[in-house]
Design a protein. Structure first.
Length: 217
């Protein structure tokens, strides 16, 4: 499985972790995903298991990737401050403004404020029974995949910010291998199900090329 380094403390999440209820179909899928991940081949681990439901697989993985990003960002919050990161960006060319259902007009804000808005928004989607129903007999809404795509697009921005603004800190702590593995897993998943537009991934295109080129040989 993706091993946690000492730096990534499970108790140091940015927002409370979202758990799958034991004994449910989704919990079993989550366990299956973790077991496949342990085999080591990330590009195979993300594939829809035979006979499983596409939307259920998306739902399980959306929660798992939220928890993963939550943990990664939670570990660098002391280095990501309004003073060190006055705007949310992935390098100088990509600056992100925040907007949602309540903040209609996009606003410029510091990276920690943006991530707080973002993770609160994702948590709201995951906790919404109309979007992520916990009962198997309740169908997913028609716009479910659209919501999932927005979640993954926004989580990508956190990865972008971590790599551009905090990678030196992560390297100094010897945790870059863990970060790279987490991001590679995330990337293979969004690629497998075409969840994030290529334009959104431009800030990390070189990194993606470097991380995945070895797997293509």
């Amino acid at each position: 499985a993706v091993m946690l380094g000492k730096f990534f403390d499970k108790n140091k999440t940015f927002r409370p972790a979202k758990k799958h209820d034991k004994g449910t179909k989704r919990y079993n899928l989550h366990k299956q995903a973790k077991a496949t991940l342990g085999a080591g081949n990330l590009s195979i681990a993300v594939k829809l298991p035979p006979g499983e439901d596409y939307t259920e697989w998306l739902a399980v993985n959306t929660v798992d990737f939220f928890n993963q990003v939550n943990l990664l960002y939670g570990s660098i919050t002391e280095f990501c401050t309004p003073q060190s990161c006055p705007m949310m960006n992935s390098g100088p060319k990509f600056i992100y403004l925040w907007a949602d259902e309540t903040i209609k007009k996009p606003i410029k804000c510091s990276a920690p404020q943006y991530v707080d808005y973002l993770m609160s928004w994702v948590q709201g989607q995951l906790d919404n029974e109309k979007i992520f129903p916990s009962r198997v007999d309740v169908p997913f809404p028609k716009n479910f995949v659209t919501v999932v795509k927005t979640i993954f697009k926004r989580l990508f921005r956190i990865y972008g910010h971590i790599y551009y603004s905090h990678f030196n800190k992560i390297m100094s702590l010897g945790e870059e291998a863990h970060l790279n593995t987490c991001f590679k897993h995330y990337y293979y998943f969004i690629e497998e199900f075409q969840l994030v537009d290529k334009r959104e991934m431009m800030p990390l295109s070189e990194l993606i090329q470097n991380l995945t080129s070895r797997d293509k040989r």
